[in-house]
Design a protein around this ligand. Structure first.
Ligand SMILES: NC(=O)c1ccc[n+]([C@@H]2O[C@H](COP(=O)([O-])OP(=O)(O)OC[C@H]3O[C@@H](n4cnc5c(N)ncnc54)[C@H](OP(=O)(O)O)[C@@H]3O)[C@@H](O)[C@H]2O)c1
Length: 353
C-alpha cells in the first residue's frame, strides 16, 4: 500500500462522491470519478460549494468516466454509492483494483465496509469513512454542503496524507484510530433519517418541532442502550456527543430554539432517506433505524421507536415505488402512538420464561 496516494477514484459520483471528488482535485489529486452520463457531459461545469461559500471544481486533474476500468490505477478508491449498490461495487472493484489499493466506504450504515472487504479479499484494505456533513445536488451540476461537518477517515497512512492535503484547501478532515466508534456515533445521529422520512420534515423543521425532537432523542437513547449491551462506546461525531444531544433534544422549545445553531443547517437540507422518497426510490432505512432494530433483537434490547419509524418509512417506500405519494405522519401523532405503546408495555404483566 502506498503512503503517498496520487491517483484517487470515486466509485459512484452522486452528491457525496462528486462533492468530495471536487475537493480532492482542488487539493491536487488526480481524481477519476465513475458517474452517469449527465455528470460526464457536464464535468466542466460542476461546482462543489462548501458551507463557508468556498467553491471547488473538477478542473484541476478531475475526469468523469462511465467505464469502471478507468479506476484501475487508483491508490485509494472512495465508494459513495447507496447501500443497495454496494455488492455490485465490490464485485466490479475486485476485477479492477491493484493489490495494495485502499478502499474507503463513504456510506451511511455499519455494514458497507464489511460487504466491500468480503468482495475484495485480503489484498485490498477496506476501511469505513464517515461523512459528517450533508450535500445536496441543488441544480444539475451544483453540489452544496447544506449541513456543515467534517469528513472522518481511519488513520491508515494513505488516508492521513489525503487528510493533510485536503486540510490545505480548508476542507475539514479528521482521522481516527477507531473509526468503528465513529461509524456507531454517526448511526445514532442518522436516526433522524427515520423521523424526517416518516414525517416528511426537513432537517431544520425537525429540529424546531418538539415532538419530532422527542422521537429523535428516543431513537438515539434506544441506540445507546443497544450499543451499551454490545459493549461499544459510540464516538462524538457532531458538536454534542449522542447522550448530551438526546438530553438537549428533549428540552422545551423556548430553551432549544434560541440555542439551535441554524447557521450550520440550511433550511432546505433534507436527510438522504427523505431525499430518496422524494425521488420515488427505495431508501437505506434498513441500514439506519432498521439496523438498530436488528442489533437490538440480537442483544435483547427493545427498540420500539426505531421499529415504528422503520415500519412507517418502509410503507412510504412501498407507496413511492408504486407511484403513489407517501402518507406522511405528523410527529405529534407518532409521539402519542409511541408513548401509548410504551405505556401498554410497562403495564403488561411480565412474561414468565
Ligand atoms: N448526501 C448526503 O448528504 C450524505 C451524507 C452522509 C452520508 N451519505 C451517504 O453517502 C452514500 C451516498 O449518498 P449520496 O447522497 O451521494 O447518493 P447519490 O447521490 O445517489 O450518489 C450515488 C451515485 O452513484 C451512482 N452510481 C451507482 N452505481 C453506479 C455505477 N455502476 N456507475 C456509475 N454511477 C453509479 C448513482 O447513479 P444512479 O442514481 O443513476 O443509480 C448516483 O448518482 C449513501 O450511503 C448515503 O447515505 C450521504
Amino acid at each position: 500500500m502506498t503512503a503517498h496516494p496520487r491517483n484517487i477514484a470515486i466509485y459512484g459520483a452522486g452528491a457525496v462522491g462528486t462533492y468530495v471528488g471536487c475537493w480532492l482535485c482542488e487539493a491536487g489529486f488526480r481524481t477519476t470519478l465513475l458517474g452517469r452520463g449527465w455528470l460526464q457531459e457536464g464535468a466542466a461545469e460542476v461546482r462543489a460549494q462548501r458551507h463557508d461559500g468556498a467553491v471547488a471544481t473538477l478542473q484541476r486533474g478531475g475526469q468523469v468516466v462511465q467505464d469502471a476500468h478507468a479506476l484501475r490505477n487508483a491508490d485509494v478508491c472512495f465508494v459513495s454509492v447507496k447501500s443497495r449498490d454496494t455488492p455490485e461495487a465490490g464485485r466490479t472493484l475486485r476485477r479492477i483494483l491493484r493489490p495494495g489499493a485502499h478502499v474507503v466506504s463513504l456510506q451511511n450504515g455499519r455494514n458497507n465496509a464489511a460487504v466491500l472487504q468480503d468482495a475484495l479479499g485480503p489484498d485490498v484494505e477496506v476501511s469505513a469513512g464517515v461523512v459528517g456533513f450533508n450535500v445536496r445536488r441543488l441544480q444539475p451540476l451544483r453540489f452544496v454542503e447544506t449541513v456543515a461537518g467534517s469528513l472522518h477517515l481511519s488513520s491508515a497512512a494513505p488516508l492521513r496524507e489525503i487528510a493533510t492535503l485536503l486540510g490545505t484547501v480548508g476542507f475539514s478532515v479528521r482521522t481516527h484510530d477507531d473509526i468503528g466508534a465513529v461509524v456507531d456515533g454517526k448511526l445514532l445521529l442518522n436516526t433522524n433519517n427515520g423521523v424526517s422520512a416518516a414525517t416528511g420534515s426537513s432537517v431544520a423543521t425537525l429540529m424546531r418541532d418538539r415532538d419530532a425532537r422527542w422521537l429523535f432523542a428516543k431513537s438515539i437513547e434506544e441506540g445507546l442502550a443497544v450499543f451499551g449491551a454490545m459493549g461499544r462506546s459510540p464516538a462524538k461525531v457532531a458538536s454534542m456527543g449522542p447522550r448530551a444531544l438526546a438530553t438537549f433534544l428533549k428540552l422545551p422549545d423556548f430553551v432549544v430554539r434560541p440555542l439551535l445553531r441554524f447557521g450550520d443547517v440550511d433550511d432546505d437540507a433534507v436527510t438522504s432517506t427523505l431525499g430518496d422518497l422524494h425521488k420515488g426510490r427505495a431508501t437505506e432505512i434498513g441500514q439506519l433505524n432498521g439496523e438498530l432494530v436488528s442489533l437490538g433483537l440480537d442483544v435483547g434490547v427493545p427498540t420500539p421507536v426505531n421499529a415504528a419509524l422503520t415500519d412507517i418509512v418502509r410503507a412510504h417506500e412501498h407507496d413511492v415505488t408504486a407511484g403513489r405519494p407517501p402518507r406522511f405522519v405528523s410527529a405529534s401523532v407518532l409521539r402519542s402512538q409511541c408513548e401509548a405503546a410504551a405505556e401498554r408495555h410497562a403495564q403488561a404483566p411480565a412474561h414468565s420464561s
